[in-house]
Design a protein around this ligand. Sequence first.
Ligand code: ADP
Ligand code: GN1
Ligand code: MG
Length: 367
Amino acid sequence: MERQMELEKQALAVTKEFQITGSAKSAAGYGSGHINDTFLVKAEKPYILQRMNRSIFIHPEEVMENILGVTSFLKEKIEKAGGDSSRETLNVILSKDGKSFYRDAAGEYWRMYNMVEDAVSFDRVESEQDFYESAVAFGNFQQLLSDYPAETLHETIPGFHDTQARYRTFLKAVEEDTCGRAAKVQEEIAFFKEREEVSQVLGKMLAEGKLPLRVTHNDTKLNNIMMDKRTRKGICVIDLDTVMPGLSVNDFGDSIRFGASTADEDERDLSKVSCDLHLFELYVKGFLKGCGGRLTETEIKMLPMGAKVMTYECGMRFLTDYLQGDVYFKTHREGHNLDRARTQMKLVADMEEKWSRMEQIVAECFK
Ligand code: ADP
Ligand code: GN1
Ligand code: MG
Protein backbone atom coordinates (compact mmCIF):
# COMPACT_ATOMS: atom_id res chain seq x y z
CA MET A 1 0.00 0.00 0.00
CA GLU A 2 2.73 2.39 1.04
CA ARG A 3 4.74 1.36 -2.00
CA GLN A 4 1.77 2.09 -4.24
CA MET A 5 1.30 5.54 -2.70
CA GLU A 6 4.97 6.26 -3.19
CA LEU A 7 4.73 5.14 -6.79
CA GLU A 8 1.68 7.35 -7.42
CA LYS A 9 3.55 10.32 -6.01
CA GLN A 10 6.43 9.56 -8.31
CA ALA A 11 4.05 9.16 -11.25
CA LEU A 12 2.50 12.55 -10.59
CA ALA A 13 5.94 14.15 -10.56
CA VAL A 14 6.87 12.43 -13.82
CA THR A 15 3.86 13.95 -15.65
CA LYS A 16 5.82 17.24 -15.68
CA GLU A 17 8.21 15.67 -18.13
CA PHE A 18 5.53 15.20 -20.81
CA GLN A 19 3.83 17.54 -23.25
CA ILE A 20 0.38 17.46 -21.68
CA THR A 21 -2.25 20.19 -21.73
CA GLY A 22 -2.29 21.94 -18.35
CA SER A 23 -0.77 20.40 -15.28
CA ALA A 24 -1.68 17.09 -13.71
CA LYS A 25 -3.79 17.13 -10.54
CA SER A 26 -3.53 13.44 -9.70
CA ALA A 27 -2.07 10.12 -10.79
CA ALA A 28 -3.72 6.95 -9.50
CA GLY A 29 -3.04 3.26 -10.13
CA TYR A 30 -5.32 1.99 -12.88
CA GLY A 31 -6.45 -1.16 -14.71
CA SER A 32 -5.65 -4.82 -14.17
CA GLY A 33 -2.72 -5.49 -16.50
CA HIS A 34 -0.17 -8.07 -15.34
CA ILE A 35 2.93 -6.36 -16.71
CA ASN A 36 3.35 -2.58 -16.50
CA ASP A 37 2.47 -0.08 -13.76
CA THR A 38 -0.44 1.92 -15.16
CA PHE A 39 -1.76 5.25 -13.84
CA LEU A 40 -4.73 7.39 -14.72
CA VAL A 41 -3.58 10.99 -14.81
CA LYS A 42 -6.11 13.76 -14.38
CA ALA A 43 -5.12 17.05 -15.99
CA GLU A 44 -7.27 19.26 -18.23
CA LYS A 45 -8.08 15.97 -19.87
CA PRO A 46 -7.26 12.45 -18.73
CA TYR A 47 -4.11 10.61 -19.76
CA ILE A 48 -2.64 7.16 -19.21
CA LEU A 49 0.88 7.05 -17.78
CA GLN A 50 2.86 3.82 -17.57
CA ARG A 51 6.08 2.80 -15.94
CA MET A 52 7.32 0.11 -18.26
CA ASN A 53 8.37 -3.23 -16.86
CA ARG A 54 12.15 -3.06 -17.15
CA SER A 55 12.87 -6.67 -16.28
CA ILE A 56 10.59 -7.88 -19.08
CA PHE A 57 11.35 -5.25 -21.70
CA ILE A 58 15.12 -5.22 -21.83
CA HIS A 59 15.16 -2.60 -24.60
CA PRO A 60 12.32 -0.17 -23.81
CA GLU A 61 13.48 2.19 -26.59
CA GLU A 62 12.82 -0.57 -29.10
CA VAL A 63 9.37 -1.22 -27.70
CA MET A 64 8.56 2.47 -28.10
CA GLU A 65 10.02 2.57 -31.59
CA ASN A 66 7.65 -0.26 -32.56
CA ILE A 67 4.69 1.49 -30.94
CA LEU A 68 5.42 4.84 -32.57
CA GLY A 69 5.76 3.13 -35.94
CA VAL A 70 2.57 1.12 -35.61
CA THR A 71 0.44 3.94 -34.18
CA SER A 72 1.50 6.44 -36.85
CA PHE A 73 0.77 3.86 -39.53
CA LEU A 74 -2.66 3.20 -38.03
CA LYS A 75 -3.34 6.91 -37.61
CA GLU A 76 -2.88 7.49 -41.32
CA LYS A 77 -5.15 4.61 -42.28
CA ILE A 78 -7.84 5.61 -39.80
CA GLU A 79 -7.84 9.20 -41.06
CA LYS A 80 -7.97 8.12 -44.69
CA ALA A 81 -11.03 6.05 -43.84
CA GLY A 82 -12.63 9.10 -42.19
CA GLY A 83 -12.21 7.78 -38.63
CA ASP A 84 -11.20 9.61 -35.46
CA SER A 85 -7.54 8.81 -34.88
CA SER A 86 -7.56 10.47 -31.45
CA ARG A 87 -9.73 7.59 -30.20
CA GLU A 88 -9.21 4.72 -32.59
CA THR A 89 -5.54 4.20 -31.91
CA LEU A 90 -3.22 4.88 -29.01
CA ASN A 91 -1.53 8.27 -29.37
CA VAL A 92 1.89 8.56 -27.80
CA ILE A 93 2.34 11.79 -25.81
CA LEU A 94 5.89 12.96 -26.32
CA SER A 95 8.20 13.98 -23.52
CA LYS A 96 9.33 17.59 -23.24
CA ASP A 97 12.49 16.74 -25.12
CA GLY A 98 10.51 15.19 -27.95
CA LYS A 99 11.02 11.51 -27.09
CA SER A 100 8.42 8.76 -26.88
CA PHE A 101 9.45 8.01 -23.29
CA TYR A 102 11.03 9.63 -20.27
CA ARG A 103 13.92 7.93 -18.50
CA ASP A 104 14.15 8.89 -14.84
CA ALA A 105 17.25 9.13 -12.67
CA ALA A 106 16.80 5.54 -11.50
CA GLY A 107 16.76 4.32 -15.10
CA GLU A 108 13.01 3.61 -15.17
CA TYR A 109 11.15 4.23 -18.42
CA TRP A 110 7.84 6.10 -18.41
CA ARG A 111 5.46 6.70 -21.30
CA MET A 112 2.20 8.47 -21.77
CA TYR A 113 -0.85 7.93 -23.98
CA ASN A 114 -4.09 9.68 -24.66
CA MET A 115 -6.79 8.12 -22.51
CA VAL A 116 -9.43 6.58 -24.76
CA GLU A 117 -12.47 8.32 -23.30
CA ASP A 118 -16.08 7.15 -23.15
CA ALA A 119 -14.82 3.63 -23.52
CA VAL A 120 -14.35 0.63 -21.22
CA SER A 121 -12.19 -2.47 -21.15
CA PHE A 122 -13.55 -5.67 -19.63
CA ASP A 123 -11.88 -8.32 -17.48
CA ARG A 124 -14.82 -10.63 -18.17
CA VAL A 125 -17.35 -10.88 -20.98
CA GLU A 126 -20.45 -9.04 -19.83
CA SER A 127 -22.45 -9.28 -23.01
CA GLU A 128 -22.06 -11.66 -25.96
CA GLN A 129 -22.34 -8.81 -28.40
CA ASP A 130 -19.33 -7.08 -26.81
CA PHE A 131 -17.27 -10.23 -27.26
CA TYR A 132 -18.30 -10.47 -30.89
CA GLU A 133 -17.36 -6.83 -31.44
CA SER A 134 -13.99 -7.35 -29.76
CA ALA A 135 -13.34 -10.15 -32.25
CA VAL A 136 -14.18 -7.91 -35.19
CA ALA A 137 -11.81 -5.26 -33.82
CA PHE A 138 -8.90 -7.62 -33.15
CA GLY A 139 -9.37 -9.19 -36.60
CA ASN A 140 -9.52 -5.76 -38.16
CA PHE A 141 -6.35 -4.71 -36.31
CA GLN A 142 -4.55 -7.57 -38.01
CA GLN A 143 -6.02 -6.61 -41.35
CA LEU A 144 -4.99 -2.97 -40.96
CA LEU A 145 -1.42 -4.08 -40.25
CA SER A 146 -1.29 -6.60 -43.09
CA ASP A 147 0.89 -4.27 -45.20
CA TYR A 148 3.01 -2.99 -42.30
CA PRO A 149 6.75 -3.45 -42.98
CA ALA A 150 7.30 -6.39 -40.63
CA GLU A 151 11.09 -6.27 -40.99
CA THR A 152 11.18 -2.90 -39.20
CA LEU A 153 9.70 -4.34 -36.02
CA HIS A 154 11.96 -5.24 -33.11
CA GLU A 155 11.32 -8.51 -31.35
CA THR A 156 10.45 -6.98 -27.97
CA ILE A 157 10.31 -10.29 -26.11
CA PRO A 158 12.35 -12.93 -27.94
CA GLY A 159 10.42 -16.14 -28.60
CA PHE A 160 7.27 -14.67 -27.06
CA HIS A 161 4.96 -17.30 -28.53
CA ASP A 162 7.60 -19.91 -29.26
CA THR A 163 5.72 -22.55 -27.30
CA GLN A 164 8.50 -25.11 -27.68
CA ALA A 165 11.00 -22.72 -26.15
CA ARG A 166 8.46 -21.98 -23.40
CA TYR A 167 8.30 -25.72 -22.77
CA ARG A 168 12.08 -25.93 -22.38
CA THR A 169 12.05 -23.00 -19.95
CA PHE A 170 9.32 -24.76 -17.99
CA LEU A 171 11.37 -27.98 -17.77
CA LYS A 172 14.35 -25.99 -16.57
CA ALA A 173 12.26 -24.30 -13.89
CA VAL A 174 11.04 -27.70 -12.70
CA GLU A 175 14.56 -29.03 -12.61
CA GLU A 176 16.06 -26.03 -10.81
CA ASP A 177 13.11 -25.72 -8.44
CA THR A 178 14.65 -22.58 -6.93
CA CYS A 179 11.79 -22.02 -4.48
CA GLY A 180 11.23 -25.64 -3.49
CA ARG A 181 7.70 -25.55 -4.86
CA ALA A 182 7.87 -28.39 -7.40
CA ALA A 183 6.99 -31.21 -4.98
CA LYS A 184 3.65 -29.55 -4.26
CA VAL A 185 2.65 -29.27 -7.91
CA GLN A 186 3.57 -32.64 -9.40
CA GLU A 187 0.12 -33.10 -10.91
CA GLU A 188 0.29 -29.76 -12.66
CA ILE A 189 3.80 -30.45 -13.93
CA ALA A 190 2.68 -33.82 -15.28
CA PHE A 191 -0.26 -32.19 -17.07
CA PHE A 192 2.02 -30.07 -19.23
CA LYS A 193 4.56 -32.83 -19.76
CA GLU A 194 1.89 -35.28 -20.95
CA ARG A 195 0.87 -32.79 -23.59
CA GLU A 196 4.29 -31.81 -24.86
CA GLU A 197 3.17 -32.28 -28.47
CA VAL A 198 0.80 -29.30 -28.07
CA SER A 199 3.91 -27.13 -27.78
CA GLN A 200 5.18 -28.29 -31.17
CA VAL A 201 2.23 -28.15 -33.57
CA LEU A 202 2.21 -24.50 -34.62
CA GLY A 203 5.98 -24.02 -34.66
CA LYS A 204 6.29 -26.97 -37.00
CA MET A 205 3.61 -25.66 -39.33
CA LEU A 206 5.33 -22.28 -39.42
CA ALA A 207 8.69 -23.89 -40.21
CA GLU A 208 7.11 -25.95 -42.99
CA GLY A 209 5.54 -22.84 -44.50
CA LYS A 210 2.00 -24.04 -43.80
CA LEU A 211 1.17 -21.01 -41.69
CA PRO A 212 2.24 -17.48 -42.72
CA LEU A 213 4.04 -15.06 -40.46
CA ARG A 214 1.99 -11.88 -40.11
CA VAL A 215 2.17 -8.72 -38.03
CA THR A 216 0.11 -9.68 -35.01
CA HIS A 217 -0.79 -8.22 -31.63
CA ASN A 218 0.21 -11.27 -29.58
CA ASP A 219 -1.65 -10.28 -26.41
CA THR A 220 -5.31 -10.20 -27.42
CA LYS A 221 -6.97 -10.34 -24.02
CA LEU A 222 -10.37 -8.73 -23.76
CA ASN A 223 -8.97 -6.06 -21.44
CA ASN A 224 -6.51 -5.03 -24.15
CA ILE A 225 -9.27 -3.49 -26.22
CA MET A 226 -11.36 -0.42 -25.45
CA MET A 227 -15.06 -0.76 -26.19
CA ASP A 228 -17.00 2.39 -27.05
CA LYS A 229 -19.62 2.98 -24.31
CA ARG A 230 -22.13 4.38 -26.78
CA THR A 231 -21.79 2.20 -29.89
CA ARG A 232 -20.45 -0.88 -28.02
CA LYS A 233 -17.93 -1.40 -30.83
CA GLY A 234 -14.28 -2.24 -30.24
CA ILE A 235 -12.93 1.26 -30.71
CA CYS A 236 -9.22 0.94 -29.93
CA VAL A 237 -6.77 -1.92 -29.57
CA ILE A 238 -4.32 -1.11 -26.77
CA ASP A 239 -1.30 -2.74 -25.07
CA LEU A 240 0.89 -2.72 -28.15
CA ASP A 241 4.09 -3.88 -26.39
CA THR A 242 4.16 -7.20 -28.20
CA VAL A 243 3.08 -6.21 -31.72
CA MET A 244 5.53 -8.34 -33.69
CA PRO A 245 5.56 -10.89 -36.47
CA GLY A 246 3.46 -13.81 -35.28
CA LEU A 247 0.64 -16.20 -36.07
CA SER A 248 -2.96 -15.13 -36.67
CA VAL A 249 -4.21 -18.26 -34.92
CA ASN A 250 -2.39 -17.21 -31.76
CA ASP A 251 -4.17 -13.86 -31.71
CA PHE A 252 -7.44 -15.71 -32.15
CA GLY A 253 -6.48 -18.28 -29.53
CA ASP A 254 -5.41 -15.88 -26.81
CA SER A 255 -8.79 -14.13 -27.01
CA ILE A 256 -10.59 -17.45 -26.62
CA ARG A 257 -8.40 -18.48 -23.70
CA PHE A 258 -9.37 -15.37 -21.79
CA GLY A 259 -12.77 -14.28 -23.09
CA ALA A 260 -14.57 -17.54 -23.86
CA SER A 261 -13.82 -18.89 -20.40
CA THR A 262 -16.85 -19.03 -18.12
CA ALA A 263 -14.76 -17.79 -15.17
CA ASP A 264 -12.00 -15.35 -14.31
CA GLU A 265 -8.44 -16.23 -15.21
CA ASP A 266 -7.63 -16.67 -11.50
CA GLU A 267 -10.85 -18.39 -10.35
CA ARG A 268 -10.16 -20.86 -7.54
CA ASP A 269 -13.34 -22.85 -7.91
CA LEU A 270 -12.44 -24.89 -10.98
CA SER A 271 -15.97 -26.23 -11.35
CA LYS A 272 -16.82 -22.77 -12.68
CA VAL A 273 -14.19 -22.90 -15.42
CA SER A 274 -15.00 -24.10 -18.93
CA CYS A 275 -14.78 -22.99 -22.54
CA ASP A 276 -18.13 -21.57 -23.62
CA LEU A 277 -18.73 -22.84 -27.15
CA HIS A 278 -21.35 -20.25 -27.89
CA LEU A 279 -18.82 -17.50 -27.14
CA PHE A 280 -16.26 -19.45 -29.14
CA GLU A 281 -18.58 -19.47 -32.15
CA LEU A 282 -19.32 -15.76 -31.85
CA TYR A 283 -15.61 -15.00 -31.70
CA VAL A 284 -14.90 -17.13 -34.77
CA LYS A 285 -17.53 -15.21 -36.72
CA GLY A 286 -16.33 -11.81 -35.53
CA PHE A 287 -12.66 -12.57 -36.11
CA LEU A 288 -13.23 -13.89 -39.63
CA LYS A 289 -15.25 -10.79 -40.41
CA GLY A 290 -12.58 -8.49 -38.96
CA CYS A 291 -9.79 -10.20 -40.91
CA GLY A 292 -11.77 -9.48 -44.06
CA GLY A 293 -11.12 -12.70 -45.93
CA ARG A 294 -7.35 -12.56 -45.56
CA LEU A 295 -6.86 -15.76 -43.59
CA THR A 296 -5.82 -18.83 -45.55
CA GLU A 297 -7.84 -22.02 -45.40
CA THR A 298 -5.18 -23.63 -43.22
CA GLU A 299 -5.19 -20.70 -40.80
CA ILE A 300 -8.95 -20.98 -40.46
CA LYS A 301 -8.75 -24.73 -39.95
CA MET A 302 -6.15 -24.23 -37.22
CA LEU A 303 -8.17 -21.71 -35.19
CA PRO A 304 -9.20 -24.29 -32.55
CA MET A 305 -5.54 -25.32 -32.28
CA GLY A 306 -4.61 -21.66 -31.71
CA ALA A 307 -7.02 -21.61 -28.76
CA LYS A 308 -5.60 -24.80 -27.28
CA VAL A 309 -1.96 -23.84 -27.79
CA MET A 310 -2.36 -20.35 -26.33
CA THR A 311 -4.18 -21.76 -23.28
CA TYR A 312 -1.58 -24.49 -22.81
CA GLU A 313 1.26 -21.99 -23.23
CA CYS A 314 -0.21 -19.43 -20.86
CA GLY A 315 -0.93 -22.08 -18.21
CA MET A 316 2.64 -23.30 -18.52
CA ARG A 317 3.95 -19.75 -18.22
CA PHE A 318 1.94 -19.21 -15.03
CA LEU A 319 3.24 -22.48 -13.58
CA THR A 320 6.81 -21.64 -14.60
CA ASP A 321 6.48 -18.28 -12.87
CA TYR A 322 5.10 -19.97 -9.75
CA LEU A 323 8.09 -22.31 -9.72
CA GLN A 324 10.50 -19.42 -10.25
CA GLY A 325 9.05 -17.43 -7.35
CA ASP A 326 6.50 -15.12 -9.08
CA VAL A 327 9.01 -12.93 -10.84
CA TYR A 328 7.19 -12.21 -14.11
CA PHE A 329 3.42 -11.67 -13.73
CA LYS A 330 2.09 -9.29 -11.09
CA THR A 331 0.53 -11.33 -8.30
CA HIS A 332 -1.88 -10.15 -5.61
CA ARG A 333 -2.10 -13.15 -3.31
CA GLU A 334 -0.21 -16.26 -2.29
CA GLY A 335 -0.40 -18.95 -4.95
CA HIS A 336 -1.90 -16.52 -7.48
CA ASN A 337 0.11 -17.86 -10.41
CA LEU A 338 -0.72 -21.42 -9.42
CA ASP A 339 -4.43 -20.59 -9.38
CA ARG A 340 -4.04 -19.07 -12.82
CA ALA A 341 -2.16 -22.11 -14.12
CA ARG A 342 -4.95 -24.37 -12.88
CA THR A 343 -7.71 -22.48 -14.69
CA GLN A 344 -5.74 -22.75 -17.91
CA MET A 345 -5.28 -26.49 -17.38
CA LYS A 346 -9.00 -26.88 -16.78
CA LEU A 347 -9.68 -25.00 -20.01
CA VAL A 348 -7.25 -27.13 -22.02
CA ALA A 349 -8.87 -30.32 -20.69
CA ASP A 350 -12.30 -28.92 -21.48
CA MET A 351 -11.25 -28.01 -25.02
CA GLU A 352 -9.93 -31.53 -25.50
CA GLU A 353 -13.37 -32.88 -24.63
CA LYS A 354 -15.10 -30.40 -26.91
CA TRP A 355 -12.55 -30.70 -29.73
CA SER A 356 -14.69 -32.13 -32.50
CA ARG A 357 -17.43 -29.59 -31.79
CA MET A 358 -14.90 -26.75 -31.94
CA GLU A 359 -13.66 -27.95 -35.30
CA GLN A 360 -17.22 -28.33 -36.54
CA ILE A 361 -18.11 -24.78 -35.48
CA VAL A 362 -15.15 -23.37 -37.41
CA ALA A 363 -16.00 -25.46 -40.47
CA GLU A 364 -19.60 -24.23 -40.38
CA CYS A 365 -18.61 -20.57 -40.01
CA PHE A 366 -16.25 -20.88 -42.95
CA LYS A 367 -18.83 -22.34 -45.34
P1 ADP B 1 -0.31 -4.21 -19.17
O1 ADP B 1 0.77 -4.41 -20.17
O2 ADP B 1 0.17 -4.19 -17.77
O3 ADP B 1 -1.44 -5.17 -19.40
P2 ADP B 1 -1.98 -2.21 -20.49
O4 ADP B 1 -1.31 -1.35 -21.48
O5 ADP B 1 -2.83 -3.31 -21.00
O6 ADP B 1 -0.88 -2.74 -19.45
O7 ADP B 1 -2.86 -1.27 -19.55
C1 ADP B 1 -3.54 -1.78 -18.41
C2 ADP B 1 -5.00 -1.35 -18.44
O8 ADP B 1 -5.08 0.08 -18.42
C3 ADP B 1 -5.78 -1.77 -19.69
O9 ADP B 1 -6.31 -3.08 -19.56
C4 ADP B 1 -6.86 -0.70 -19.76
O10 ADP B 1 -7.92 -1.01 -18.89
C5 ADP B 1 -6.15 0.55 -19.23
N1 ADP B 1 -5.59 1.38 -20.33
C6 ADP B 1 -4.35 1.27 -20.87
N2 ADP B 1 -4.16 2.19 -21.84
C7 ADP B 1 -5.32 2.89 -21.93
C8 ADP B 1 -5.76 4.01 -22.72
N3 ADP B 1 -4.96 4.56 -23.63
N4 ADP B 1 -7.02 4.47 -22.53
C9 ADP B 1 -7.83 3.93 -21.59
N5 ADP B 1 -7.46 2.88 -20.81
C10 ADP B 1 -6.23 2.37 -20.96
C1 GN1 C 1 0.01 -10.51 -19.79
O1 GN1 C 1 0.01 -7.40 -20.21
P1 GN1 C 1 -1.24 -8.18 -20.04
O2 GN1 C 1 -1.72 -8.27 -18.64
O3 GN1 C 1 -2.28 -7.63 -20.99
C2 GN1 C 1 1.02 -11.15 -20.73
C3 GN1 C 1 0.29 -12.05 -21.72
C4 GN1 C 1 -0.50 -13.11 -20.98
C5 GN1 C 1 -1.44 -12.43 -20.01
C6 GN1 C 1 -2.18 -13.42 -19.15
C7 GN1 C 1 3.79 -9.05 -22.20
O4 GN1 C 1 -0.87 -9.67 -20.52
O5 GN1 C 1 1.23 -12.68 -22.58
O6 GN1 C 1 -1.22 -13.92 -21.87
O7 GN1 C 1 -0.74 -11.52 -19.13
N1 GN1 C 1 1.77 -10.11 -21.43
C8 GN1 C 1 3.11 -10.19 -21.52
O8 GN1 C 1 -3.26 -12.80 -18.54
O9 GN1 C 1 3.76 -11.12 -21.07
MG1 MG D 1 -2.76 -5.40 -20.95
